[in-house]
Design a protein around this ligand. Sequence first.
Ligand code: NAP
Length: 249
Amino acid sequence: MLHLEFSANADTLKNKVILVTGAGDGIGKQAALSYAQAGANVVLLGKTVSKLEQVYDEIMAQGLVEPSIIPLDLMGATPQHYKDMASTIKSQLGGLDGVLFNASLLGNLCPFEQIKASEYEEVMQVNVNSKFHIMQALLPVLKESNAASVIFTTSSVGRNGRAFWGTYSISKFATEGMMQILADENKKSSVRFNCINPGATRTNMRAKAYPAEKPESLKTPLDIMPSYLYLMADASKSVNGQSLDCQPK
Ligand SMILES: NC(=O)c1ccc[n+]([C@@H]2O[C@H](COP(=O)([O-])OP(=O)(O)OC[C@H]3O[C@@H](n4cnc5c(N)ncnc54)[C@H](OP(=O)(O)O)[C@@H]3O)[C@@H](O)[C@H]2O)c1
């Protein structure tokens, strides 16, 4: 599979402006660094400003294109925040060529009947509703790019429901659905939409879901970057409406 062996160089994403949500930690942090190393002008969106600043510092220390920081809590942000973000990106960075929807909440793993309504709403707000509003605001800007890529992050529980994975699983099914609708509607445009399933990866979220697991047994975010780079690069220009696995079984 091409995406598993993809290797980027310092020019692969040159002149591309790429927004990464949840860029301060875990897979999003590594993706932001890897995209910057491939020449992209990265926009770091996240909740914890100190974490975003650390990623900013790492990118600058490597002498890469200076990134931007958008401190935003996807739980509380309104459609107006996203409209303002779209016009700021357009006016200050000249456009947008890619979005990696990476930020997500796991919520609590428990039987369906015990899911708290308030928690259901919070997880759906961050994992699904924010993507809807961000896409509505950014799609017109993305369409101005010659070749734009939108990557949604899915999970194996977004393809097959699994007991006790509750709201997270429902939110990932919704994510797959949103990707498919956008991919189908826009197949004649310059914007492509795909999902990526990282598979078991060494992050805080994975440790929360599987507390007894040995982290050393898992792939690191860096290990799975070839697929993230492939889907963002022009090499995947003709790929639309797919759901790729970084760690196929
Ligand atoms: N790790 C895995 O094994 C695995 C497997 C399948 C799918 N995934 C998916 O991969 C993606 C990344 O997961 P990860 O393991 O890297 O998770 P993580 O370590 O928990 O990182 C999640 C990121 O999302 C941000 N975030 C959470 N809530 C937010 C909010 N309300 N507003 C803005 N940003 C917010 C976090 O910011 P703060 O740090 O500031 O809270 C953090 O940067 C997720 O979509 C996850 O569902 C992961």
